[in-house]
Design a protein around this ligand. Structure first.
Ligand SMILES: *[C@@H]1O[C@H](CO)[C@@H](O)[C@H](O)[C@H]1NC(C)=O
Ligand SMILES: *[C@@H]1O[C@H](CO)[C@@H](O)[C@H](O)[C@H]1NC(C)=O
Length: 416
């Protein structure tokens, strides 16, 4: 009885999916403009709106580190390197620090990878501290604001908290010397010590050419209703392995592993990118970095992202209306995911697909080489420009000090 009900439901829904897929084709040339809370800003040109001064640092803070491990150019935190390269030749760059609105310190604290490619952030605080010591003694600009007109790209799991385990990251908090700076980071969660107000949340780096190479014809019907590939439990996908991702992924698996509408598994097939282009919804659940490239891939491949991560702050959230584009499901509502997704009216799905089809949406998720108008580099600059002019009170009075140079774990105070 139960099974026949499911078969019936599947027939109904696959008819529905095909209709949506076919209509998606009709509409494939029609996209919808994206307007965020900051206005219609995705296509803004930042040139002329801000000037950025790049500090000249010894190459041990950047180039030498990259030379030791070129894999840093392809992992999901590579934005710290590409942003540097982008700024060097950007028209917003100024060689005159006196006219700069923002100061940028080119440092690659995430480029320290294990043999298997996982970034180790243990040296990052000392490296960062060393760089800040250097700029604050060689130039007058740091001391003028104690970093409030400086920005840093810190794409690690928990940003400038510099630890990949959440409890440890929370215990450490944001590096004290970076408390006044603007942090450009992939980590985004409301009411979390590792996200300062005023930070700019960015997408993780996903290789654009690789995704491009897997594009399938646009008229391919979306015959998969819900798609997900990834872990449901801990690193070894062991159900006894503890409370992983606040249980959200385990709940997806337990409730829907046998549901024919859900194409979910831990296997990572070679057809992963193609499958996403055949799916209506792609799950983006918390865990193993909720901000992992999965969201970027969903946008690139036009699969409506289903965000299961309470309190997440998504990339460029003031410019991109994520609520209109994606579907947000509360972690506690995961058991109702099937009902939630099947009750979304087709016209709502079509509108989300049209918004996803907007090229400016895809462009904003990518760090292409060379850079292109409207890409993630430009969105970062737009975010910095929207924070101008600086409030007068960021400039300290003569002799005024706010930062405590000896705060934080003693291990961080050792020279780098
Ligand atoms: C900035 O302040 C630090 C610490 O107070 C001091 O050591 C440094 O010399 C100052 N830098 C400049 C350029 O005056
Ligand atoms: C700076 O931090 C250190 C270490 O936490 C603390 O002992 C010291 O009192 C702090 N200094 C000030 C001026 O708050």
């Amino acid at each position: 009885m139960r099974i026949s009900m499911w078969v019936f439901a599947l027939l109904l829904v696959s008819g529905f999916v095909c209709r949506v897929g076919a209509k998606g084709l009709d509409h494939s040339l029609h996209t919808e403009r994206i307007s965020g809370s900051a206005g219609d800003v995705l296509e803004d040109n930042p040139v002329g709106k801000l000037k950025v001064y790049i500090y000249e640092l010894p190459s041990k803070y950047n180039k030498k580190i990259l030379q030791k491990d070129p894999r840093c150019l392809t992992h999901m935190f590579a934005a710290e390197i590409f942003m540097h390269r982008f700024l060097l030749s950007s028209p917003v760059r100024t060689l005159n620090p006196e006219e700069a609105d923002w100061f940028y310190t080119p440092i690659y604290p995430t480029c320290d990878l294990t043999p298997t490619g996982l970034p180790l952030p243990f040296k990052s605080p000392r490296m960062m501290r060393s760089a800040i010591q250097l700029i604050s003694s060689n130039w007058p600009y740091w001391n003028r604001t104690e970093g409030a007109d400086h920005f840093f790209v810190v794409p690690h799991d928990f940003g400038a908290c510099f630890h990949y385990q959440e409890e440890k990251a929370i215990e450490r908090g944001i590096l004290p010397l970076l408390q006044r700076a603007t942090l450009v980071q992939t980590f985004g969660q409301r009411n979390h010590v590792c996200l300062n107000e005023g930070s700019i949340t960015i997408p993780p780096y996903a290789p654009p050419q690789k995704m491009q190479a897997h594009l399938i014809p646009q008229d391919t019907p979306r015959s998969i209703f819900v798609y997900f590939r990834g872990l449901f439990f801990d690193v070894n996908n062991d159900p006894e392995g503890g409370y992983y991702a606040r249980g959200a992924r385990a709940a997806v698996w337990e409730n829907f592993k046998d549901n024919p509408l859900f194409d979910i598994s831990t296997d990572h097939p070679v057809t992963y990118y193609e499958d996403m282009q055949r799916a209506v919804f792609c799950l983006c659940p918390l865990g193993w970095a909720p901000w992992s490239p999965r969201l970027v891939e969903a946008v690139i491949f036009g699969c409506i992202p289903v965000i299961i991560a309470d309190d997440i702050v998504l990339p460029f959230a003031d410019a991109i209306p994520w609520e209109q584009i994606g579907v947000f499901v509360a972690e506690e509502d995961v058991p109702n995911l099937d009902t939630i997704l099947t009750s979304i009216p087709p016209e709502v799905i079509l509108r989300k697909q049209r918004l996803l089809a907007n090229p400016s949406m895809k462009q904003a998720m990518l760090f292409p080489q060379p850079a292109q108008p409207g890409d993630a580099f430009h969105q970062i600059l737009n975010g910095l420009a929207r924070k101008l002019p600086h409030d007068k009170n960021v400039f300290l009075k003569p002799g005024e000090k706010i930062l405590n140079w000896t705060a934080g774990p003693v291990g961080d105070l050792k020279p780098w």
